[in-house]
Design a protein around this ligand. Sequence first.
Ligand SMILES: NC(=O)c1ccc[n+]([C@@H]2O[C@H](COP(=O)([O-])OP(=O)(O)OC[C@H]3O[C@@H](n4cnc5c(N)ncnc54)[C@H](OP(=O)(O)O)[C@@H]3O)[C@@H](O)[C@H]2O)c1
Length: 311
Amino acid sequence: MKVLLTGGAGQLGQALRQHVPAGIELIATNRSGDPATGLLPLDLADADACRAAVRQHRPDWVLNAGAYTAVDKAESEPELALAVNAGAPRAFAEALRETGGRLLQLSTDFVFNGRQGSPYLPEQPRDPLGVYGATKAQGEEAVEELLAVAAGGEGSGQGVILRTSWVMGPVGKNFALTMLRLQRERGASGQSLGVVADQVGCPTSTATLAAACWRVMAAMDTHDGLPAVLHWSDAGAASWYDVAVAVGQLGLELGLLERAAHVKPIPTSEYPTPAQRPSYSLLDCTATREALNLPPTHWRQALRQLLEAVR
Ligand SMILES: NC(=O)c1ccc[n+]([C@@H]2O[C@H](COP(=O)([O-])OP(=O)(O)OC[C@H]3O[C@@H](n4cnc5c(N)ncnc54)[C@H](OP(=O)(O)O)[C@@H]3O)[C@@H](O)[C@H]2O)c1
């Protein structure tokens, strides 16, 4: 099976490339390519290039893990965010209609407004709060429109949308690694660390997410019974504050920190950001876990494994 991967140098992309199942021919890409690591260049902001890559390689799957993920910066670069997050999946979908391959489109809990106060089911309506979420939502819509996926419906044709949340891995730019650095700096200087405690979601490790992505493709290729929209996060729920505290505790346990900082819970109003974020964006992953037959890992366990990989 031939898979064209985008975002190959991103945190999920790297995890996907680390654990490629047997029998997969992987064509991995990133924006400018990297001969040293075998990445081919593919600019997701260039719709013609996205269509051409599908026509050239004729993959069985496009795994679109690349995205404009800078949530706050997207507020001032909406055109670029739209081109990458919605233009690229649309272009892939258009070309895949010709070639017959499938698309696995990664998406986000930020397509929801977070106001309902209970976990979101895959079929619930999108209502993003910021530019990043809005452009990812438009990417989902393009996949649904062109590859005949009906949200929550059975039999997803050529397109599958996999939403996830709070992605963190041992490499790249993410909250866990930022907290580890801040814990180290503030712990050493005796300063405390204020972290938002009134936004709740669930961390997801790149390792468990990559396994879920590969499982989706295998499951779709052996039986066409997966729902069209899937939700995958690690198990449990947490605030950013909870994750920051856990990074300190686990960092000490694993010998990554000599001293942890005192973490102070603060409200969102004390940490204003350009983009508004959902206050409760937990994804209900029950149906996906059953469909993929993949047991969940609690986020704290997955975080421990992530930090062990940093050592
Ligand atoms: N991170 C999260 O918390 C989170 C949460 C929910 C869902 N997701 C979704 O999960 C997926 C994977 O996210 P991630 O955390 O692995 O993201 P990431 O680490 O930020 O990686 C995204 C990759 O996309 C690439 N990219 C951006 N613009 C591009 C362009 N114009 N052309 C080609 N490549 C481009 C980036 O390459 P450069 O390094 O060259 O810019 C980067 O390597 C994305 O679809 C994201 O929306 C992420």
